[in-house]
Write a protein that binds this ligand. Structure first.
Ligand SMILES: [Zn+2]
Length: 295
């Protein structure tokens, strides 16, 4: 088994033809790893931009790549991708987070009209793998590469980061540091199928319709947070910050409380978040001290 960690740099370029901004890939950087996750080879290619002749300030500042460098040392996206495919061979492709995959899908779509990444057969998201291995997986709060390296006590130079080869190298360091904690095979996905692209392009979202068939009706029932007996819903469901919210009453102990539940639709299911809150009595206007409103 061998692996290739890919890191791309891209530039937000306005495409007149597409009528929107496209993350145009300007650099490929990669390292190949053996079974023991040691680096055995590296790859680098610059891409001559086609969509725009301007690099935005953030890219210049972060990557320190100049347009001259890309013009003289760069090849077309498809040429660079072909060279990378040869480097990849039948290794498993790895990236830190899925944004590089999104960038590849976008660039293939723009330059070939087909969103498939032809060299992709098996894939591993190292970011998710590291988060799971460290027991810090939280979908809403992804760990940056630098943060992960720091957490693992790895030393790196901030100056060298944000160039494709340096990021690929640091990803390898993180991967190797956590690899004994969790079997890596579990994190490898088959990627030469439509299911993979569905998974990659799926947008997580909160369900806002109470009648949505993806809502498990049992999750709309609440137990009294005081005595544990089933409580009765007293009002209609209301939306409150992506949560469904209503008042509940427990006839066993007389407790009244707010039940709140949210349903987040993800590619592999619905994540339910339920909690109860105390009912805060609303203050009547005349009860407020007069000086507060006139001051
Ligand atoms: Zn009760």
């Amino acid at each position: 088994m061998s692996y290739v960690i890919l890191d791309l740099e891209w530039n937000a370029a306005y495409s007149k033809r597409a009528g929107r901004f496209v993350n145009e890939i300007i650099e490929f950087g990669a390292v190949r790893l053996d079974d023991d996750l040691n680096i055995t080879a590296s790859f680098a290619a610059l891409v001559k931009p086609k969509i725009t002749r301007r690099l935005n300030g953030k890219v210049k500042q972060l990557t320190k790549i100049s347009l001259d460098e890309l013009k003289t040392g760069g090849v077309s996206f498809l040429t660079a991708a072909k060279q990378f495919a040869e480097f990849l061979g039948d290794s498993t492709l790895m990236t830190w987070g899925t944004s590089d995959i999104h960038a590849l899908i976008e660039n293939y779509t723009v330059f070939t009209g087909d969103y498939h990444i032809p060299f992709l057969t098996t894939y591993c998201d190292i970011q998710e793998y590291c988060e799971r291995a460290l027991d810090m997986y939280d979908e809403g709060n992804q760990m940056g590469l630098g943060a992960c390296a720091e957490l693992l006590g790895l030393t790196f130079s901030e100056d060298e980061q944000h160039r494709a080869d340096a990021d690929a190298y640091l990803s390898q360091q993180c991967l190797k540091a956590v690899a004994k904690r969790l079997p890596l095979e579990q994190a490898i996905l088959h990627a030469d199928c439509e299911k993979f692209y569905e998974r990659m392009t799926f947008k997580n979202h909160f369900i806002t319709d109470i009648d949505d068939p993806d809502i498990d009706r049992a999750e709309l029932r609440f137990r009294c947070d005081q005595c544990g007996k089933p409580a009765r819903r007293m009002k209609k469901w209301r939306m409150h910050n992506k949560n469904f919210s209503s008042e509940f009453y427990c006839k066993h102990c007389g407790r009244k409380f707010i039940g709140r539940v949210s349903f987040k639709k993800r590619y592999d299911g619905v994540k339910v978040n339920k909690r109860t809150l105390d009912i805060v009595p609303k203050k009547k206007k005349e009860e407020q001290p007069a000086e507060k409103t006139t001051a």
